[in-house]
Design a protein around this ligand. Structure first.
Ligand SMILES: C[S@@+](CC[C@H](N)C(=O)[O-])C[C@H]1O[C@@H](n2cnc3c(N)ncnc32)[C@H](O)[C@@H]1O
Length: 312
């Protein structure tokens, strides 16, 4: 019979694991409660969820298996592994970076120090792009797609998952990110994606039926004030949009008109409050009809535009 697990919700996990007698009776549920309590005390946003994900990861269990294993007494090694993950989170490392994976558009993507962790709000770009294609009845065509600043490949891989006959190219200046994106495509069995190193669209030729981008768009001067999870762990090159945050959008506006096929759309992610400025940049570059689409928080997050000569 298993020994009864004590209620360790208020215990300090690191202290518990330092004492072999206590560690011998630490349960999976007790470890989860102790971690959550530490995270809550440290002001971490989602303490219960983070604790559950980290304990499950340390034990190699999924959500259901962890729930069923609550009373299981942990070995000393398991307790120490959980404590080590807890220390990383307390140092504000995001859970996705600790796990090395993030779900985006229901795809499990690897991430590492060279890539942005894909954000849920970026799914707005996918929705806006698919809506633009649906309006043109093009979802089943042999489309050519470009994803500028592809990072983990999130946008391109999500779109290719929805567009069965499309081919896509993702660009990035980070060779590390390109390697991660290629690995993600391989693991997903996605053979219709290619990834190349270049400045946004500089190496692209020919015409594309859809161009998407989530460029860096934080003002350089605002980076120091970001949450530590972002400031200290996302690559600076994925965040820094220059003095007004719009350097990436400016490069895209200049490059995209020559690459858009007739009737094709460009869809870019924008930061809160950037819709007007990016619309103006696009309009000056001959991209018209810029319509913002809001994310689930109601923030205008994606801008959709076409070439002005397409009569939009
Ligand atoms: C905000 S992240 C977006 C990553 C990914 N598309 C996503 O949505 O999760 C911006 C990406 O653009 C890349 N990047 C920054 N400047 C670039 C440039 N001039 N040309 C190409 N990629 C660039 C960064 O390395 C980073 O991967």
């Amino acid at each position: 019979m298993m020994p009864a697990a004590p209620d360790l919700a208020a215990a300090d996990l690191a202290a518990v694991t330092a004492q072999s007698a206590s560690a011998d009776t630490l349960s999976a549920a007790g470890a989860r409660r102790a971690l959550a309590q530490q995270f809550r005390a440290a002001g971490i946003d989602s303490p219960e969820l983070d604790a559950r994900l980290l304990v499950a990861h340390a034990l190699g269990l999924d959500h259901a298996a962890l729930a069923a294993a609550g009373a299981r007494v942990l070995s000393r090694g398991e307790a120490e592994a959980i404590a080590a993950l807890g220390r990383r989170r307390l140092a504000r490392e995001p859970v996705a970076r600790i796990l090395g994976t993030k779900e985006f558009w229901s795809l499990k993507l690897r991430v590492d120090a060279t890539t942005l962790v894909p954000r849920p709000e970026t799914e707005t770009v996918v929705e806006a792009a698919l809506a633009a294609l649906d309006a043109a009845a093009a979802r089943f065509d042999a489309l050519r797609i470009a994803d500028l600043g592809t990072g983990s490949g999130a946008l391109l891989l999500a779109l290719l998952a929805e567009l069965p006959h499309a081919f896509g190219v993702g660009t990035d200046t980070s060779l590390g990110a390109l390697a991660v994106a290629r690995g993600n495509a391989r693991r997903l069995g996605q053979t219709r994606a290619a990834f190349i190193a270049c400045d946004m669209a500089a190496a692209l030729r020919g015409r594309f039926d859809l161009i998407v981008a989530n460029p860096p768009y934080i003002r350089s001067g605002d980076i120091a004030a970001l949450a530590p999870e972002v400031r200290d762990f996302d690559p600076r090159s994925a965040l820094d949009g220059g003095s007004d945050g719009l350097d990436g959008h400016r490069t895209i506006a200049a490059a995209v008109p020559r690459l858009l096929a007739p009737g094709a759309a460009v869809v870019v992610e924008i930061g809160a409050g950037q819709a007007e400025a990016v619309s103006a940049l696009f309009s000056a570059a001959g991209l018209a009809g810029a319509r913002p689409r809001s994310d689930l928080s109601g923030v205008p997050r994606a801008l959709v535009a076409k070439k002005a000569t397409d009569g939009v």
